[in-house]
Design a protein around this ligand. Sequence first.
Ligand SMILES: C[S@@+](CC[C@H](N)C(=O)[O-])C[C@H]1O[C@@H](n2cnc3c(N)ncnc32)[C@H](O)[C@@H]1O
Length: 454
Amino acid sequence: MTAAKDSRRVAYDTIRAVNESDAYANLLLPRAIARSGLDTADAALATELTYGTLRRQGTYDAVIRIAADRSIQEIDPAVLDVLRLGVHQLLSTRVASHAAVHESVELARSAGSRGAPGFVNAVLRRISRETPGEWMERVAASARSDDERLGLVFSHPVWVVRAFRRALAAEGRADELEALLTADNASPRVTMAALPGLASIPEDARHTPYSPLGFRLGGGDPERLVTQSGGTLRVQDEGSQLAALALTRASPMAPGERWLDLCAGPGGKTAVLAAEALLHGAALEANEVSHARAGLVRKAIAGVPLEVPVSEEDGRVRAGEGRYDRILVDAPCTGLGALRRRPEARWRKSPADVPELTQLQGDLLRAAIGGLRPGGIVAYVTCSPHLAETAGVVGEVLRDIGSGIEELDAREVLRSMSGSDPGLPAQKDGSGRAQLWPHRHNTDAMSITLLRRT
Ligand SMILES: C[S@@+](CC[C@H](N)C(=O)[O-])C[C@H]1O[C@@H](n2cnc3c(N)ncnc32)[C@H](O)[C@@H]1O
């Protein structure tokens, strides 16, 4: 087998497992690559084919539906995945058309019924006769509404398009919707953090614009740097760094403060909090309800010479009454702000997930507020810009509690620590919530609200 053929096979097997068994591409693919012994270039090709196909699946299905003149549900799922991978090569890569069609037909021979190779050949040939631009026009013309058009062209479920539109409109930036959808379809560059007081940003690295800890490598292997530094240099999204720092830098830190990271797993933000606590003489505790993820938290903070107890309780009861000066609630959420990281994630979520999550988010936030001393601060963070999970949860909790809580200006806190102005427009509801965006900040779409118990 040629190497490119191997890359396609690895990509196909991974896509199949993701679509058939709900597997995660980012966990499966590295193992499949190692098993098949692909070299670096072919591993990169397999990764591009897998991630690109899964991300753009919504668009490709629309193209296949038109070219095959039948609904996607009528196509054998194993053959449909062959077609998706083939369409990706035809419309989004520089792979020669004849190679893309030929290799897809070969895959169909092993994947589908006797008629599958002929069907794949006919559909892909039809698709290869028009340019990607022409296909996008046909796909757009098949939509029944503007949101559906955006969903098909930018490969997002329509409910996600709507949630993004509303969240951008809440800050008067609805016109950025296409830029956001485009950013979701590109792989994020690796961003790293140097834990404050424990590591410095390497001299040859480029500082990120907003987080004082953040940097990107010009080249080299991030994982090697993580190992060599004992975990004091870490891979971490810049928005995640900012969320942890928003809590510690919302007010001057004083020795003897008690901090709690209520939903800590896998521990990215805990590591930043631990380094800040060590520098400023605070005590930090972490909590994570999942045993496996609590283990990841312990690993994440191993490089910080501070004793951080990690409990494994339900955060709705863990915070107790009036004990802490700062609490981070990095709540479980739909993760709609990190769609560029997990290529299949957008197809796994549904609007039905939202009410259950917002209930839990509200309960966690209420419990955290109860756990604050007077003057204590809670940072309520989601890796989702969905208004129900952000402004909705905060608004409802504040209404329930009635008085004794003031909101701080999270946008101002971020501005004060950033090297460049993060460009955070005011929220129309008048809140101080900071919303980061992939297209504007090159971060995950983190929402950060800071509340102080008065
Ligand atoms: C968004 S993640 C936290 C990410 C983490 N702060 C980081 O930066 O690496 C939310 C976490 O909350 C945990 N979780 C879910 N329900 C919880 C509960 N009732 N109490 C505490 N943690 C919970 C999940 O297992 C998950 O690890």
